[in-house]
Ligand binder design. Structure first.
Ligand SMILES: Nc1ncnc2c1ncn2[C@@H]1O[C@H](COP(=O)(O)OP(=O)(O)OP(=O)(O)O)[C@@H](O)[C@H]1O
Length: 243
């Protein structure tokens, strides 16, 4: 099967000895290319650790992570940094835009950091997709939260990454704006064939995905296709996430 990301027997232990915490336990899972995958689970179940290991932001204690056909285990820090810059896009809850740069400069920042030439046609397509035409000369502070998150999504797409990872990308947005951003992520998957992996606490956000992975105590305990708000909420309740 064509996986954009593949984890094999990935474990992550924080700390040593008596205080050691196993955040991931032998996780084996493939994330299909061109799909929208949500990662859910109770607090402390390992969602952030999963995302960080899958994206090469953190190293597993053991096991293998492959991004496309590239094995991350054993890669030195310099190569890993290059790989993150070129093959991975990130969207965070807090937008993480550079306030002194314009919208366009923020979007093209990953290209400048990588020393890559701007593909004008692709840049125009990305700006149009995120509906920021006419705003490219603004600074982030002049934009609404939803618009700022759309800039972050454009910045994540501009390098044509293997995967866009989202860490609670709608966590700081009101429901209407969150829906707008989720619709955009859905369009990015459907229209551009982009692979998106998103950690969320919100069943509404998860309902936009093709597949939901449920983590509990460092393990993938279930996967759900064609999720709905109710089916996700019900599964989370049974995992003891909300009591
Ligand atoms: N840097 C760290 N040092 C020690 N323990 C950590 C560290 N990061 C995470 N943990 C522990 O690993 C486990 C998994 O944490 P993680 O942040 O991946 O969970 P999560 O599902 O994302 O949680 P939340 O939904 O609350 O953000 C938790 O028990 C957490 O306390």
């Amino acid at each position: 099967m064509d996986d954009a990301v593949r984890l094999d027997a990935v474990s992550k232990v924080y700390g040593k000895g008596q205080g050691a915490v196993a955040a991931l336990r032998e996780v084996t899972i493939g994330i299909p290319r061109g799909g929208f995958t949500a990662v859910m689970g109770p607090s402390g179940s390992g969602k952030s650790t999963f995302l960080h290991c899958a994206a090469g932001l953190d190293r597993p204690t053991s096991g293998s992570v492959r991004l496309g056909d590239i094995e991350l285990a054993g890669m030195d820090e310099t190569r890993l940094t290059e790989l993150r810059r070129e093959r991975v896009g990130f969207v965070f809850q807090a937008f993480n835009l550079v306030s002194s740069l314009t919208v366009l400069q923020n979007i093209t920042l990953p290209l400048r950091l990588a020393g890559t030439r701007v593909d004008r046609a692709w840049l125009d397509e990305v700006v149009r997709r995120v509906r920021l035409d006419g705003r490219t000369g603004h600074r982030p502070a002049e934009l609404s939260g939803g618009q700022q998150q759309r800039v972050a999504i454009a910045r994540a797409l501009v390098t044509r990454p293997e995967v866009v990872f989202g860490d609670e990308p709608t966590g700081a947005l009101d429901m209407m704006t969150a829906r707008d951003v989720l619709t955009l992520l859905r369009e990015v998957v459907d229209g551009l064939g982009q692979t998106v992996v998103m950690v969320t606490h919100d069943p509404l956000a998860a309902s936009y995905a093709d597949t939901v992975l449920f983590l509990a105590d460092g393990r993938v305990v279930d996967t759900m296709s064609a999720p709905t708000v109710d089916s996700v909420a019900d599964r989370m309740t049974r995992l003891g996430a909300w009591v």
